[in-house]
Write a protein that binds this ligand. Structure first.
Ligand code: FES
Length: 345
């Protein structure tokens, strides 16, 4: 199908393969289409059908409820074209020269490891290496499972055949329940990516603050790995606030501990416990990690300096936590242009 995007920046044509999501086809062609979650929850990928017909892939997508569907509004991440189409997108859409461009592929599940009662680490072996920025994510699909889910990469490498991912068990969570209920080692998943613009660039000259809840920590860890390798903590400081419910729910603490030690004091990690009070200020097993009590954005609010106007910040986690963290950062003077975030519903 031929799709033409009309936007404030002019028109951009691209081709959609049969059955392909319009958003994915456009991103694959290098268009700067607006999106955030890529899985039907945020509403960022809204477009209006001017001519042609489309089919909704997931009628229960939460963001569909916010659209004027009678006027032809669609979510590009939840629509496939059933004829050539002209779509109006309320943004500046151009063809970007900067990569890496996302692509469709597969990955085989390997190295599945339970980290806590409801969090699992697993790896995907890719037949073709992927290049991605620290902080990016992929969208996964499984055979026989409706819908797709987004997972941030935990690892970072300039080009890699292994994606390290973390998944939190969610009741009714489709793919997450499927991965938890049996050993899926060796099975093949559909992979589309890399996606996401909440990324770290090694040439930026700022201290940074990261606030993450639960499995949202994945992309933050990738950013820390890259920043460490790029020598960022030789010149800059970093502060990480990682929110979980109790001490037992903390994970990847050994990896954090290693990064704190390597930073020689430039990186600070605080584990914020929302449902447990622990008197000791340091983690009993990982003494480089501080412990605090409270919701992660409240802990960040208490501990951040009044003026954080010169920092870059990364935020990832469930939508209410991300909204709270953004309010805290703005309250501490972080310019909104310096706040990068991913919301995982
Ligand atoms: Fe389509 Fe979020 S990108 S709803």
């Amino acid at each position: 199908m031929e799709i033409v995007i009309e936007s404030r920046a002019g028109t951009c044509p691209f081709t959609c393969d049969p059955g392909e999501k319009i958003l994915f086809a456009g991103l694959r062609a290098g268009l700067t289409l607006p999106y955030d979650c890529a899985t039907g929850t945020c509403g960022m990928c809204k477009a209006r059908v001017r001519t042609g017909t489309v089919e909704v892939i997931w009628p229960e997508a939460p963001a569909l409820a916010k659209l004027q569907r009678d006027k032809g509004d669609i979510l590009m991440c939840q629509s496939r074209a059933t004829s050539d189409c002209v779509l109006r997108v309320p943004a500046n859409v151009v063809i970007s020269e900067s990569g890496p461009l996302p692509r469709h592929g597969t990955g085989r599940v390997q190295k599945v490891e339970r980290l806590t009662g409801d969090v699992m680490h697993f790896e995907l072996a890719l037949p073709v290496p992927m290049t991605f920025h620290a902080g990016q994510f992929v969208v996964l699909t499984a055979p026989g499972i409706n819908g797709a889910r987004a997972y941030s990469m935990v690892n970072f490498a300039p080009s890699t055949s292994t994606l390290e991912l973390v998944i939190k068990k969610k009741p009714g969570g489709g793919l997450s329940e499927w991965l938890f209920e049996a050993d899926r080692t060796g099975l093949e998943l559909g992979v589309f990516g890399p996606l996401g613009r909440a990324t770290f660039r090694p040439n930026e000259d700022h201290d940074f603050v990261c606030i993450a809840g639960g499995s949202g920590i994945a992309g933050i860890l990738s950013i820390l790995e890259h920043a460490t390798e790029a020598g960022h903590f030789q010149k800059h400081n970093g502060r990480v606030f990682f929110g979980v419910r109790t001490l037992r729910d903390g994970f990847y603490l050994e990896r954090f501990s290693r990064l704190v030690t390597r930073s020689q004091g430039a990186l600070e990690v605080v584990l914020a416990l929302s449902h447990e009070e622990v008197e000791a200020p340091l983690h009993p097993q990982f003494s480089t990690i501080q412990i605090a009590h409270g919701f992660v954005h409240d802990v960040a609010n208490e501990r951040l300096e009044a003026d954080c106007s010169a920092v870059t910040s990364f935020v990832a986690g469930p939508p209410p936590m991300v909204d709270g963290a953004i309010r805290v950062l703005i309250g501490h003077g972080v310019p909104s242009t310096q706040i990068r975030y991913d919301k995982f519903g």
